[in-house]
Design a protein around this ligand. Structure first.
Ligand SMILES: Cc1cc2nc3c(=O)[nH]c(=O)nc-3n(C[C@H](O)[C@H](O)[C@H](O)COP(=O)(O)OP(=O)(O)OC[C@H]3O[C@@H](n4cnc5c(N)ncnc54)[C@H](O)[C@@H]3O)c2cc1C
Length: 418
């Protein structure tokens, strides 16, 4: 790398939900930042037109957005709190119900359209101090060493930076150019995503039924509709996608056991191939991966972007700490701090979701029976349910509550304070 002052302190590649959050967590702290994004998020949409993609945001993500003073704007554009979650198993009949009141919480989280989060983040970035937005833009080349990174852009420009952050999603080009491998498991399942209209009120409840071919989730939206995420084995997904709208609605109503009455498809369907993917390392000299660029997870527990937001917060915290102490932003001291905080936690969550997928996809009669008994037993154990919900709130399944609170304390207090 040339031994001159770089163009930027930090360049984030990918201004999606995770990359934009990381850039905002760094903005206004004396760093010169750039965000390179392939396409701008939508600015407006007609009333009633709901985005196909929504996320269930957990408490930790909500708190991060509060900390960044973005939560009110997100709320104003439209969120729907869900007060309960009902999970049931098609084969065993076992079920478990989580209720926010029983757990002493006002809600269990929020269902938010991805475009709402993206728009709020993007508009904030446009007004942020010392942030250059390059959009539409992309990269074709990347070189890094311990002194920094050099990026070759699609328009022929070359930019230099102390640190490059790869937040460019599941098929990350940054990861490929940095020669970082992934451990990948193809699930041979697709998630069919759409909006559906139930005849009965969804009761602000997130519904999930485990079918032997994959989980079916119905997430409550503010206008009474539900966001559907129906994960199904490839063959079953192909059958479902080949049905016309009326036949699909009928199949969905049957698969949901009419818990919400009759369900009618209310938007086009899209399908996303599912895989588990974990980068073998999150860091290289002067480079870090965050969000889906680092890990992709089965959507059955709605944790993917929540994990990504915590990556963004931890990495921003490590960079700000390095900046304050005059350490190299892209140096090992900074980046190992981030990787140590996140890779293990993410790996545990990925494994946990793998375990759930395997457990609920198993049709062995003994396993099915044990699974049903287990669900019904836990349903009657409030302390266990409370623990499970606290883990889901924080996005950390296996850490003790003490470890969790220490980590969240770090994220939301001292590192962000100037
Ligand atoms: C069906 C489904 C349901 C889900 N539901 C939930 C849920 O309820 N809760 C939850 O927490 N998670 C959920 N997830 C996961 C969540 O959607 C992802 O984790 C999240 O979108 C990842 O965000 P990201 O910013 O890391 O990546 P992305 O959303 O992929 O964003 C990457 C950004 O980088 C840009 N980009 C890509 N390549 C380049 C390049 N070369 N140059 C410049 N820009 C580039 C893209 O345009 C994009 O803006 C779900 C996933 C699926 C598939």
């Amino acid at each position: 790398m040339p031994n001159t002052r770089p163009d930027f302190d930090v360049i984030v590649i990918g201004g999606g939900m995770v990359g934009a959050t990381c850039a905002l967590a760094l903005a206004g702290r004396g760093l010169n930042l750039a965000v390179i994004e392939a396409q701008e998020p939508p600015r407006s949409w007609s009333q009633g037109a709901i985005d196909g993609r929504v996320s269930a945001l957990n408490r930790a993500s909500q708190r991060l957005f509060e900390r960044l003073e973005l939560w009110e704007s997100i709320r104003e554009l439209g969120v729907n709190p869900y007060q309960a979650m009902h999970v049931w198993d098609a084969l065993s009949g076992g079920q478990i119900h989580f209720d926010s009141q029983a757990l002493g919480e006002p809600d269990l989280g929020y269902i938010v359209e991805n475009r709402v989060v993206q728009r709020v983040l993007w508009e904030q970035l446009e007004n942020a101090e010392a942030v250059t937005l390059l959009c539409p833009a992309g990269i074709v080349g990347l070189e890094t060493d311990s002194s920094g990174a050099q990026l070759m852009l699609t328009d022929g420009r070359t930019l230099t930076t102390r640190l490059v952050i790869g937040a460019d999603g599941r098929d990350s080009l940054v990861r490929t150019l940095a020669d970082i491998e992934t451990e990948t498991v193809e699930y041979a399942q697709r998630a069919i995503v759409a909006q559906v209209r139930p005849t009965d009120w969804h009761r602000d409840t997130a519904w999930q039924r485990f079918l032997p071919t994959g989980p079916l989730a119905l997430l409550p939206l503010a206008d009474g509709r539900c966001s559907l995420v129906w994960s199904a084995d490839d063959d079953r997904a192909r059958e479902l996608l080949a049905l016309d709208d009326a036949a699909f609605s009928a199949a969905l109503t049957e698969a949901s056991e009419l818990r919400l009455g009759t369900l009618t498809l209310d938007s086009p369907r899209t399908a996303i191939a599912l895989r588990r993917q974990h980068a073998t390392t999150y860091i290289r000299p002067a480079l870090a991966l965050i969000g889906d660029a680092a890990h992709a997870i089965h959507p059955l527990a709605g944790q993917g972007v929540n994990l990504g937001f915590m990556d963004a917060a931890e990495l921003a915290a490590a960079i700000l700490l390095a900046h304050r102490h005059g350490r190299a932003l892209g140096g090992r001291w900074t980046l190992r701090r981030y990787e140590r905080a996140r890779r293990h936690v993410n790996a545990q969550m990925l494994q946990m979701m793998d375990g759930f997928k395997r457990l609920f996809g198993n049709t062995e009669p003994l396993i099915v029976r044990a699974r049903g008994l287990g669900l019904n037993l836990v349903d009657h154990l409030e302390p266990v349910k409370r623990l499970m919900m606290q883990s889901a709130f924080s996005g950390q399944f296996s850490a003790t509550s003490r470890q969790r609170s220490a980590s969240q304390q770090r994220l939301f207090s001292d590192h962000f304070d100037s």
